[in-house]
Design a protein around this ligand. Structure first.
Ligand SMILES: Cc1ncc(COP(=O)(O)O)c(C=O)c1O
Length: 456
């Protein structure tokens, strides 16, 4: 093996390749990988034989050799890859004007008006930024100013972004021993493999039991002098495997958080903009957060993110803080986000997500009758997690088998990823324009791959 290839193998061993290392002898795009590795640091590539995607359309992606893949992974271009109406809105505005938000411009005002109509209660104030990380950071900053406290209650195994503060709120990304005192993490409400399980006789108590886990976290923050500024939760629990929280879980947690003087922040970077079959993920649970933030799907591929809150909270915060974001909500960003909202409305994306999501789950259930390794199907709308097990009785995670699935599915023409703390949940999170035909192709590939891998 050449020195060059040896170093490629080493970088794979360092974890730069998400689904394991790749073999330089068989990797097709070795020249591109070498050029990339020369100038990139610590960046991950999916698949043992990384794929070179050159074009997208709807829920399909095409590689440099013209091979078509069904996309079961991407949530940013959620109204479809290269969506013509979103691309046109971005192009049209780019040829006229793109500046910061310190001049008056209709686009950003109309975006604020339109998005406010999708939000319940008094959530009508918008702050525009560029990424989910910035949005989470700003939401937390607002909560800290308004409450006078600094602590956050988050989920174990959470991901909210990559700045210093938001990285610390992302408990999935660093060891527990390094957790700062202002971060308290609670067990997510996983009723399939958590502390309290569905089907053990007291299902109506599950919401309460998981919600009660928040009490010691709040007490710890009160005891160590940080106090509770906010409870922050991704409402689809992406990094925990895409969970269905028990019906009253959020209501009960929100009551506790408010009683302790904290604010409730919904991370809608994954669940927002129609993903779960309601415009916002928190609507699935009949709660109204104090602060909501979104990103990824909001601009359909253009980097635009936002924080939404009430006039009372926004004014209280603005009395003692000042915030400016150069690119946030610029006229092109606003045109992109408006085009996403318009597309979703004009094409009844909410109804589409609900019906294709149901189709996906019902066909996954049929596959579960055939494949013992399918332990549990969870999630909402078009965000579905399949928890794979070695044994349905013990529920031991089938992590080794799961690790083989993304590569094997790719070979069958389907791009898909894994999630969950055990790395054993297959994540179905396609662009929202996914069709029943896409489901059929995906599940035929899944069926074939499981038949090949399951009993090896
Ligand atoms: C739930 C959640 N919140 C926040 C973020 C951070 O968004 P960004 O990568 O745009 O900073 C992510 C990104 O994956 C996410 O999944």
């Amino acid at each position: 093996m050449s020195d060059k290839n040896k170093s490629l193998k080493n970088s794979a061993a360092l974890g730069h390749i998400k689904f394991g290392g790749y073999d330089p002898e068989t990797t097709q795009n070795i020249e591109l990988i070498e050029r990339r590795n020369k100038h990139f640091a610590g960046s991950m590539l999916f698949y043992h034989d990384p794929v070179h995607i050159v074009r997208g359309e709807g829920a399909r992606l095409y590689d440099d050799k013209g091979r078509c893949y069904v996309d079961c992974y991407n949530n940013v271009q959620s109204m479809g890859h290269a969506n013509p109406s979103i691309a046109r809105a971005i192009a049209d505005q780019s040829t006229v004007l793109n500046t910061h938000t310190r001049y008056l411009h209709e686009n950003v005002i109309e975006l604020a008006e339109e998005v406010a109509k999708t939000l319940p209660g008094d959530l009508e104030v918008c702050l525009f930024v560029c990424t989910g990380t910035e949005a989470c950071e700003l939401a937390m900053r607002i909560a800290r100013v308004v409450t006078g406290n600094s602590g956050a209650v988050v989920m174990e195994g959470s991901y909210h972004g990559n700045s210093k503060l938001v990285g610390e709120m992302s408990t999935a990304t660093y060891p527990k021993e390094k957790r700062p005192p202002y971060i308290q993490a609670v067990e997510p409400p996983n009723t399939y493999r958590g502390s309290f399980l569905e089907g053990e006789g007291d299902d109506e108590q599950l919401g309460q039991r998981y919600a009660d886990l928040v009490d010691p976290a709040i007490e710890a923050l009160e005891g160590n002098g940080e106090g509770l500024a906010a409870f922050v939760c991704d409402t689809i629990f992406d990094s925990q495997g895409a969970l269905d929280a028990p019906g009253d879980y959020f209501t009960r947690v929100y009551e506790k958080v408010h009683a302790a003087g904290g604010l409730c922040i919904a991370d809608e970077v994954q669940a927002g903009v129609c993903r779960t079959g309601t415009f916002w993920g928190f609507e699935q649970y009949d709660v109204v957060p104090d602060i909501v933030f979104t990103g990824k799907p909001f601009g359909g591929g253009y980097p635009v993110a936002a924080v939404f809150t009430t006039r009372a909270i926004a004014d209280e915060w603005a009395r003692s803080d000042i915030y400016f974001n150069t690119f946030g909500g610029n006229p092109v960003a606003a045109a992109a986000a408006r085009a996403v909202i318009h597309y979703a409305k004009e094409h009844n994306i909410l109804e589409h997500v609900s019906s294709v999501g149901e189709y996906l789950v019902s066909h996954l259930r049929q596959l579960a009758q055939k494949h013992e390794v399918i332990g549990h199907i969870q999630g909402r709308g078009l965000f579905v997690g399949v928890d794979l097990v070695r044994d349905r009785k013990t529920r031991e995670p089938a992590a080794e088998l799961a690790r083989l699935i993304p590569d094997a599915m790719k070979a069958e023409g389907v791009l898909i990823g894994l999630t969950g703390p055990n790395g054993n949940c297959l994540k179905f999170r396609p662009p929202l324009v996914f069709t029943e035909e896409d489901v059929d192709i995906t599940l035929a590939a899944f069926d074939k791959v499981l038949a090949e891998l399951e009993y090896r």
